[in-house]
Design a protein around this ligand. Structure first.
Ligand SMILES: Cc1ncc(COP(=O)(O)O)c(C=O)c1O
Length: 369
């Protein structure tokens, strides 16, 4: 009997919730180490963004405009839509939860690739719905044909993650178009593009190009990764008003703070955004350098289009993660599949190549593209 069972004998919790593992954050790194476990942006926040967030503190006795109208208007202009076609949430993960709650009732199905973002299974369970996980292809990308084939009468939501966290492989525009042609128009498709800004492959799907084309498509983006605002919790989605209104209805009220909106708006100021996107380019270059170095050592690293690389370490996952930890590098281990290593400080690249060069597994699942 666990401690909670012994102290709360009369509390009837939903069994599927009680059985859920709590969301696991990346392990903290030692003071002089590298925290490469949460796909965070290693650059310090811009001074202008910090100032805007600090200035918002003068009003914290007031509730925020939790619809983040000013931010929605700015994003709407960018995407060529109305402000009602944009929703802002406390991180894109909150928005994913809102959409799933809006569309899936108990017993309904939510289909997505696996392995993918570790928050998906929990969000689906909380909604009372059932996850249908479709295994990634051998190259660690989405098997969109199999995902389309997994759609049943009970399916209410399909989540497509491009580039996929944690494997890094993207969905191409052509693959996505072929996929959408197979999805019934009354089933919601969430295109999770949390890492879109790091993509350097032309052929990639780009949700921005698809706005207005499909009545059932919503794209999700975040300020957490490319814009370096993970701690502020602000993400957004663009899609048809009726779907977004449903997600507004399932939101926990007042989730978006004035500080979040202020930080996001300051990041979209032209000079600030230009600097942030330069950083993104530097991180993408660092990622490509790390991946090429690993491949030269014999690692089978799949296409990496986010701010991270995937190491298919299989049964050796725990061992490799521990060796990295001993060298003050905290990565995210998914035993017995692999390890995701975020692209962090420049100094981490050589350290990673030094350690990982000695640990190339003898057998690696999957194959290169
Ligand atoms: C694929 C994917 N989607 C969504 C998120 C959520 O990001 P946030 O809630 O910080 O916007 C993450 C964060 O790691 C992610 O990897």
């Amino acid at each position: 009997m666990t401690a909670s069972e012994s102290t709360t004998p009369g509390i009837r919790l939903r069994p599927e919730i009680a059985a859920l593992p709590p969301y696991r954050q990346g392990r903290p790194a030692p003071a002089d180490g590298f925290k490469l476990s949460s796909n965070e942006n290693p650059f310090d926040p811009l001074a202008g963004v910090v100032e805007a967030v600090a200035a918002s503190a003068a009003q914290i006795n007031r509730y925020p405009d939790a619809t983040a109208l000013a931010l929605r208007e700015r994003l709407a202009t960018r995407f060529g839509v109305t402000a009602d076609e944009v929703i802002v949430g406390a991180g894109s993960v909150a928005l994913i939860a809102q959409f799933v709650l809006a569309a899936a009732s108990p017993g309904d199905e939510v289909v997505y690739s696996w392995r993918s973002f570790e928050a998906y299974p929990g969000l689906v369970t909380v909604a009372g719905a059932k996850s249908v996980q479709v295994p990634n292809r051998a190259d660690h990308g989405h098997d969109l044909d199999a995902i389309a084939a997994a759609i049943t009468d009970r399916t209410r939501v399909v989540i497509v993650c491009s580039p996929n966290n944690p494997t890094g492989v993207l969905v191409t525009a052509a693959e996505f178009e072929a996929f959408m042609a197979k999805v019934p128009a009354d089933r919601l498709v969430l295109l999770d593009e949390a890492y879109r800004e790091f993509v350097t492959v032309e052929a990639s799907v780009d949700g921005a190009d698809l706005i207005g084309r499909y009545p059932n498509l919503v794209l999700l983006r975040t300020f957490s990764k490319a814009y370096g605002l993970a701690g502020l919790r602000v993400g957004y989605a663009v899609g048809p008003v009726a779907i977004l209104d449903a997600a507004r209805a399932t939101a926990i009220p007042l989730g978006v703070t004035a500080a979040s909106s202020a930080g996001a708006l300051a990041s979209l100021e032209p000079a600030a955004e230009a600097e942030l996107l330069e950083r993104v380019a530097a991180l993408a270059e660092r990622r490509d350098r790390l991946r090429s170095g690993l491949i030269a050592q014999g690692w089978q690293v799949p296409e990496a289009q986010g701010n991270f690389v995937w190491l298919p370490t299989g049964e050796q996952t725990a061992e490799v993660a521990e060796r990295l930890f001993e060298a003050s590098v905290v990565a995210r281990a998914f035993p017995p599949e692999g390890i995701r290593v975020s692209i962090g400080e420049e100094a981490s690249v050589d350290i990673l190549l030094g350690i990982l060069g000695e640990l190339v597994p003898t057998s690696q699942e999957g194959r290169l593209n």
